[in-house]
Every structure is written in structure tokens, then in C-alpha cells.
Design a protein around this ligand. Structure first.
Ligand code: ATP
Ligand code: MG
Length: 322
């Protein structure tokens, strides 16, 4: 659906997007994460042609964005809705009028506009606010209006630039579950830009980590959280402190494997001592995943590996011998 290959974008001489390649598939929720200034918004804005690029390729629906003329861009943006951190609503227009704006621009007639706006306000749970003004709404309600407006023309893709960053944690959750509902019920592909890992964990399927315009880690959410590379660990603020003696083994527990039962069985069946060095449970969407680092004596290493292997291919072992 979106294919990005060796993309480069400069602001003057500054290379802001540096050789980025990734593919976003139909129906997924794809996250672009990274610190401030990493180039996340720039990359997102390249997708709907708000920013140009100097090298590489960016295709949406098989069309090279840099080759579209004004009319082509207008058509493209009809298929790509966008929401922002600060909502970008028109303060002098009512909720109804804000949501109706794209429809008015595309020349819909009054009755169709009324039907569509009512349908959209129902979808985002704001039927009762049609005649309110943005200043009379909470942050979460404003974002719902912005979402309704972004969906007005039935886009296939929704771009979200830090859409929950100005909201409190509870409201963030509600907006994220609305986005998940939109993804699931309408099949809309969603690309979210965020610096908040909790956002990624709760709704994304795959993600890239962007640092200084370069992708430094990418993969499914499960891979990224259970087996992050050094860059992702740093971003997550996780530095594992491992003992210098013995052998450290990292075990991954996918959703269908109970961490607790393997660990208790291992101690009992192998009759060995080991230390639990580090562990975490992560809630990713509706799944709970765990990872655990244990430290064993070198003489027990093979036994432990055999035991973990004997449980099938449900996990991975990382050994770090220091
Ligand atoms: N219009 C512009 N002109 C010149 N430089 C720009 C422009 N927009 C962004 N930049 C620069 O490009 C880099 C990436 O900016 P971008 O806004 O994409 O980062 P970001 O990851 O979205 O950051 P944030 O999390 O703060 O929103 C920054 O160094 C920024 O200063
Ligand atoms: Mg940004």
C-alpha cells in the first residue's frame, strides 16, 4: 500500500530522511517512533505529498508521489486522512461544519453532507455535539471531531501525527481504542507517529525506530519489545545490568507459553540453582508477553538449553557470557 525505498529528503543541505526503506501493508497499524527531531513528521508528510523528497522512491497505491501534479495530489489526499497533535479545527465553525469541510470542498450536496456528517459523528460518539464550537469541547472530544473530519471522504489510509500527545492518559486510551475500532471495522490502514511507547504497544502491529533520519530498528511489535536491539533498548531506557559470573540466558515467552510454569519445572526437573536477573511482562494489544534473563552456572548451561528447547520452538535463547 505504501512502499518507501531508499528515501532521502534534505532541508537545504541537512539530510533529514536518510535512506529510509519500509513497506506499510493494507489494513495494518504501523508506527514511526523516535525522539524529537528524528524526522518522524517529515516522513509522514512525504507520504501525502505535503513534503517533497530528493532521492529514492515513495509509492502510495503504486503511484510515485513526487510525480503527481496538483490534481493528482488532490486525488491522493482524498484517500489519505490526517490528524494532528493540536487537532487543527476551525474555531469559528461548529463541530458539524468542521466535519463537513472536506465534503463541501469536494462539492457534495447538502443532504448527502448531512447524512455523512451524522454518520461520522455517531462513529466517534459525538452526535450530541454537532452544534457546539471547538472551544466548548475537551481535548479528547476535539480529537474525535478531527478524526471524523479525516474520515469524511472515506480514505483508505489515516496518518496520525502525535494525535494523543496533548491528551491525558485516560483520554489517550479512549482515542487509541477509537483508532483501533476504525482500523478493524473500516479496514483503514493507519500510520501513527509518536514518541510514546505505550501508544505503540497498545495498538500498532509493526514499527520502525527513526533516529536522525535513519531507521535503527524495525519489526513486529512483539519482536521489537521482546528482542529489542541496542538502539531500541536505549530508546526504551532499558539498560540490562548482567552479572559477570556464570552464563546469562534470555528466554522469551510468547503469549501461549506460561513463564511461571517453565521456570518452576526447570528448577524442579533439572535440580539446579539459577538466579533470575531481569524480567518483564508486556501487554501488547490484547496479548501478554514476557521475557526473562536467568543466570546459571556454566556446568548447567547445556542442560538448561536442552530443557528450554524441549519445550518446542516457542522461545529464543540469547546467551551472553561475560
Ligand atoms: N520546514 C523545515 N525546514 C527546515 N528544517 C526542518 C523543517 N521541518 C523540519 N525540519 C528539521 O528536520 C528535522 C526533523 O524534523 P521533524 O519535524 O520531522 O521531527 P520529528 O521527529 O517529527 O520531531 P518531533 O517529535 O519534535 O515532532 C529537524 O531537525 C527539524 O529541525
Ligand atoms: Mg513531529
Amino acid at each position: 500500500m505504501i512502499r518507501i525505498k531508499n528515501l532521502k529528503k534534505y532541508y537545504d543541505k541537512h539530510l533529514t530522511i536518510n535512506d529510509v526503506s519500509c513497506e506499510i501493508k493494507p489494513g495494518e497499524i504501523f508506527a514511526i517512533v523516535g525522539h524529537s527531531g528524528a524526522g518522524k513528521s517529515t516522513l509522514l508528510r512525504c507520504i501525502n505529498g505535503l513534503e517533497g523528497y530528493q532521492d529514492g522512491s515513495l509509492k502510495v497505491f503504486d503511484k510515485e508521489i513526487s510525480q503527481l501534479n496538483e490534481q493528482g495530489l488532490r486525488e491522493l489526499r482524498k484517500d489519505i486522512g490526517m490528524i494532528f497533535q493540536h487537532f487543527a479545527l476551525m474555531s469559528r465553525k461548529t463541530v458539524f461544519e468542521n466535519v463537513a469541510m472536506p465534503l463541501v470542498m469536494w462539492g457534495w450536496n447538502k443532504n448527502d453532507i448531512k447524512d455523512r456528517v451524522e454518520e461520522l459523528l455517531k462513529l466517534v460518539g459525538l452526535e450530541s455535539k454537532a452544534n457546539s464550537y471547538p472551544s466548548q469541547l475537551s481535548g479528547g472530544q476535539k480529537q474525535r471531531v478531527a478524526i471524523a473530519r479525516a474520515l469524511a471522504l472515506k480514505p483508505k489510509i489515516l496518518l496520525s501525527d502525535e494525535a494523543t500527545s496533548a491528551l491525558d492518559p485516560n483520554t489517550t486510551k479512549q482515542i487509541l481504542s477509537l483508532l483501533a475500532k476504525i482500523n478493524q471495522t473500516l479496514g483503514i490502514t493507519i500510520v501513527i507517529v509518536t514518541h510514546e511507547m505505550d501508544v505503540v504497544k497498545s495498538i500498532a502491529n509493526r514499527a520502525i525506530l527513526l533516529e536522525g533520519g535513519v531507521i535503527t530498528n524495525s519489526g513486529s511489535i512483539v519482536e521489537l519489545f521482546l528482542n529489542p536491539n541496542e538502539n531500541m533498548k536505549k530508546f526504551l531506557g532499558e539498560e540490562e545490568i548482567l552479572p559477570n559470573d556464570g552464563v546469562n540466558i534470555k528466554i522469551f515467552f510468547p503469549p501461549d507459553v506460561a513463564m511461571h510454569s517453565i521456570i518452576t519445572h526447570m528448577a524442579r526437573e533439572l535440580n539446579i540453582d539459577f538466579n533470575i536477573v531481569w524480567g518483564k511482562l508486556e501487554k501488547l494489544g490484547d496479548k501478554v508477553l514476557g521475557s526473562l534473563v536467568i543466570n546459571v552456572e556454566p556446568k548447567d548451561e547445556l542442560k538448561v538449553e536442552e530443557f528450554i528447547k524441549s519445550k518446542g520452538a516457542l522461545y529464543e535463547i540469547i546467551k551472553e557470557i561475560k
